[in-house]
Design a binder for this molecule. Sequence first.
Ligand code: SF4
Ligand code: SF4
Length: 290
Amino acid sequence: MKEIVVISGKGGTGKTSVCAALAYVKPDEMVLADCDVDASDMHLIFQPKVHKDEPFFSGVKAVIDPALCTNCGKCASICRFDAIRQDEAAHFVDLLDCEGCGYCALICPVNAITMPKQKVGRVFGSDTRTGTPMAHARLDIGADNSGKLVAKVKSDSKALATKHSRDYILVDGSPGIGCPVIASLAGADLALVVTEPSISGFEDLKRVCELASKFDLKMACVINKADLNPKIASEIRNTMKHRNIPILMELPYSNDFSEAISLGKTLVEYNAPQWQAQFERLWEKIIKEL
Ligand code: SF4
Ligand code: SF4
């Protein structure tokens, strides 16, 4: 079983469109994992039939029982994050500020503070409309621990791949270089970086390549909107050559990307003569790289 993670550094490069098009042309070969849990959108394109829907708990936060609290103020005085406030009857915790360190629970003289696990989202197991099994998730608004949620989606996708005898897991990773991207890359076999020749696209490409180089995986690149800025496109090619990262595909700017997404379709469905063969070839090249 091999795992391919599609990442981008910068948002808006066409990462999800590329990932969805690959999933569409090879529906029987893979399991899809939507690890962009802060803003998941594969379900909008693939309209999955959900067969598993579970809450996801991660991390702890302090909760004060007002019936036990004597309002002594000790907890508020030691909280480094100023997460504990006082009203007339008792102290209470602002959950958005609490970091879950547990110090307040240790020092409360009347044991009024508990540290319950927090629900931070939901995890789903589904069958997409094309027949590809999909693991995906939704992070609650303002919730932390997106990295742990990504790890859960990845482990669920492996279980689906085993159950359905699929050889490949295609992961739609998050943009950026933060915790969810690190969790997406962990244990993967190949990182496919989708970039664009803009200043921010190029700088974020370098950052995400530096990050991925810390992992024991192969890398490959797709340049989208390659005709947008020939000078930066050339700099991207030189940088990829210097890093020994093959460029598997270059695509011109196309309105098909935004138009297909707005209709809830993959690029290949929207304009098969233009895209079908290109994405079939891209998949073959990815498999060769593996
Ligand atoms: S330390 Fe305990 S009793 Fe004192 S204010 Fe905090 S919660 Fe209330
Ligand atoms: S768990 Fe830590 S951060 Fe949260 S309220 Fe208690 S002392 Fe503050």
